[in-house]
Design a binder for this molecule. Structure first.
Ligand SMILES: Cc1cc2nc3c(=O)[nH]c(=O)nc-3n(C[C@H](O)[C@H](O)[C@H](O)COP(=O)(O)OP(=O)(O)OC[C@H]3O[C@@H](n4cnc5c(N)ncnc54)[C@H](O)[C@@H]3O)c2cc1C
Length: 450
């Protein structure tokens, strides 16, 4: 039984592939508390079946992906600062501006709740399953996606194999299966999109039936004996196995929960998680690895993304000055309270007639509340500064006692307004309206952050 999860962590990470493990390791070394949630029974479980040599791996050419996954998992397992939960499902999520992310988890330890100041999605990709080509049921182990083919290709009984797709994965599998003695057909709706060295090998192998730039079949149906494939170009054909290798999309399970949570909180979310989506950072939401829609998804880029995400989370959690919002927030969505043309009598000035009684003044003030989290529902605004309070403070400060110098009055006003919770800057202008018959006189001051 693993140690209980703390009630609240700095960062909850969903998905323990290379991106999630890399981010967890960095966050822990940056001194932040981390919970890493993985639904598979082991860390980096997705790499276990990928027995490909990584000849481009700088410093360790030839290492296999499965070996790398084992190393990442072993390293992370030795970091006590990371709270690991494997075989654990994320069941529900809530977000609020004041509390951050609330997670409901379900795993071997039963139901658990966790509060997190930030959330990282590192949930990877899932193969696309277009309906007519990859039926939801009745595939009989004969219609396979990329993951299923990878797991079975070394032991697939020799026969007729149809590969649907024209990218690296389809062409590499065509060459591999041909070398294993299968009768291979590869069929792509566009021209080959694989790397040129793979395409050259494909073009050179006359034993592989090639169907580039042809509309894909209209139906694929499996029974116990074979797979029937129907198309306009070739009528009805039979194969022993069909592999649907038509790319990947972000794994939707966790993202759907995030999108629901944001919708309930009145925050507009995009339809997919994206890297560097500007709306995410103010919410304490980050995405790394394949899930982020990066251009070249692979293990090395996923590891790098984990590092970048960890640094972004650190910047979000550790503002330069504790009283200020984090830098990302300071850059956008600044809110300012404006008090314009506030007129009343004040005891102010060093001239004789000024000492006789109050004189009319006008105060104009701007109170900078800094960056605020973007919310679109009244109920979620949380801690707002009441502008009636700002008005009352100005009148109170100007009328409480006689002040000789306008400059001193400005100083008192700035100091008092800057003390209000959430205020990061004040601009104030005091005008003596009747000091001279032919003009008004005003002095303004600026304090704090603008
Ligand atoms: C057939 C194949 C061959 C490949 N070959 C290579 C190669 O040779 N070299 C290379 O560098 N890359 C290769 N890749 C790509 C590589 O595997 C990925 O780019 C890399 O694993 C991405 O890491 P990641 O952490 O972003 O996502 P993943 O490794 O996909 O990890 C995501 C993790 O999130 C978990 N998860 C998802 N949803 C939830 C949820 N709701 N709750 C909890 N956990 C969740 C998943 O179980 C998974 O463990 C290959 C991929 C495939 C499919």
């Amino acid at each position: 039984m693993s140690a209980p999860l703390p009630a609240i962590v700095d960062a909850a990470l969903i998905g323990a592939g290379p991106a999630g493990c890399s981010a967890a390791s960095w966050l822990a070394q940056l001194g932040l508390s981390v919970a890493l949630i993985e639904r598979a029974p082991r860390l980096c479980a997705g790499l276990e079946a990928l027995d490909f040599a990584q000849d481009w791996l700088l410093g360790e050419p030839g290492l296999r992906l499965s070996q790398l996954g084992g190393r990442y998992a072993g390293h992370l397992g030795r970091q006590p600062a990371v709270h690991l939960r494997t075989a654990t499902e994320l069941q529900h999520l809530d977000w609020s501006a004041s509390d951050g992310w609330s997670l409901q988890l379900h795993g071997a330890e039963g139901a658990q709740r966790l509060q997190a100041k930030s959330l990282l999605l590192a949930t990877g990709l899932t193969p696309r399953h277009p309906g007519p080509l990859y039926p939801a049921q009745g595939r009989g182990g004969r219609v396979l996606d990329a993951l299923e083919l990878t797991a079975r290709r070394a032991t697939l009984p020799r026969g007729r194999v149809l590969l649907l797709g024209g990218g690296d994965n389809a062409v590499e599998n065509a060459l591999y299966l041909r070398a294993q003695g299968h009768q291979v057909t590869i069929w792509s709706r566009s021209d080959w999109r694989a790397q040129s060295h793979l395409v050259q090998q494909l073009e050179a192998d006359a034993a592989i039936a090639r169907r580039p730039a042809l509309p894909l079949p209209s139906a694929v149906e499996a029974d116990g004996e074979s797979v029937r494939v129907r198309s306009k170009a070739f009528g009805e054909e039979a194969f022993d196995h069909v592999a649907v290798l038509l790319g990947y999309e972000p794994e939707p399970s966790a993202w759907l929960l995030v999108a629901d949570a944001l919708q309930r909180a009145g925050v507009t979310a995009p339809s997919q998680p994206f890297r560097d989506e500007p709306r995410f950072t103010p919410l304490g939401l980050f995405v790394a690895g394949d899930a982020s829609g990066r251009q070249h998804p692979c293990v090395q880029t996923a590891l790098g993304d984990g590092v970048v995400a960890a640094k972004q989370i650190e910047a979000f959690l550790r503002p330069l000055r504790e009283s200020q919002p984090p830098p990302a927030l300071r850059r956008s969505n600044r809110q300012v309270i404006h008090i314009a043309g506030l007129r009343f009598g004040a005891n102010l000035g060093v001239l004789d007639f000024e000492r006789e009684g109050p004189q009319p003044i006008q105060v104009d003030a701007e109170v900078n509340l800094g960056a605020q989290v973007i919310v679109s529902r009244d109920a979620d605004i949380g801690h707002v500064l009441d502008y009636r309070r700002v008005r009352a403070i100005i009148i109170d400060e100007c009328t409480a006692e006689h002040t000789d110098l306008l400059e001193a009055l400005l100083g008192k006003l700035c100091t008092r307004l800057m003390r209000l919770a959430g205020v990061v800057g004040v601009r104030i202008k005091v005008t003596k309206l009747e000091i001279f018959p032919d003009c008004q006189v005003a002095i303004s001051a600026e304090a704090g952050q603008w």
